[in-house]
Design a protein around this ligand. Sequence first.
Ligand code: C5P
Length: 227
Amino acid sequence: PKVIAVVPAAGIGSRMKAECPKQYLPLADSCILAVTLDVLLSHPAIDEVFVALNADDQFFAQLPQAQHPKLHQVIGGAERVDSVIAALKQIDDAVSWALVHDAARPCLTHADIDKLLASREQYPQGAILAAPVRDTMKRARKDGCIDTTVPRDALWHALTPQFFPTATLLPALEQAVQAGVNVTDEASAMEWAGVAPGLVSGRADNIKVTHPDDLPLAALYLAHHRS
Ligand code: C5P
């Protein structure tokens, strides 16, 4: 079956406090979004890439990737999940699988994509890249003191890409939103729909650039991957 990538890139990145949306901040001679798109566009098993952009986007047209034959642009929505739904609605092929990947995760490697693609046999309903939690985890009381230590052996950080059949992902996302679920990733909608997605262990340096401090870290990881 066909594999497509969906890249929600319609956020305004308010937590970065920058003049431009965070996906356009400079990274490795280009910008975060360009680096992310290059990883996906250059992967031989990915047939097409759908990028969801803000309706007011003023930057995307200037990227060299904008003209790439594998790339399609769609207008995103108010929340990340709305942007993903908007992109999936453009895909008419009911038998395809979608890799949904945050624009703000430029340090993704082809090796991790390969691992996730290969998990399709083991997890026919879909899977996500994830990293085991490393720190000791605490649950807080309302007063800010520690209530309890949460056993960390069963805890994972949910990363992206998240890999699901489009035929089940789109209805799960739409129905979960309709039901008022806080859909912060694709897996949460699938879980709500009764599916138990697989956890595929990925690199912990596949970070999401969220705060200003994350950008130099992403640059460092990229330089390290490329050396
Ligand atoms: O803000 P946050 O880091 O959680 O956003 C995750 C990803 O979702 C980013 O790549 C962002 O551009 C995207 N997004 C989107 N549409 C929105 C909000 C966020 O595509 N309305």
